[in-house]
Design a protein around this ligand. Sequence first.
Ligand SMILES: [Zn+2]
Length: 73
Amino acid sequence: MQVRNMIELTLFQKIILKLQGHVFIGNRMKQGWKKPLPFYAFKCETHGLVEDYPHGYNERLECPKCDSSHDEH
Ligand SMILES: [Zn+2]
């Protein structure tokens, strides 16, 4: 299996991304998960276009590459 780092968006998805800051890209299943979760693409100021699923009660999207900044609040 090849690891894909590039996130490819359709033109429509790019427009949505601009409008609302994130865009649904599909349901993903990760190891250990019982069911797939919705994933969104969004822009991280450091890492550019990244993808993540909503966390916590307020469904925050967090850059998976910025793990260290989880507790800023
Ligand atoms: Zn980041």
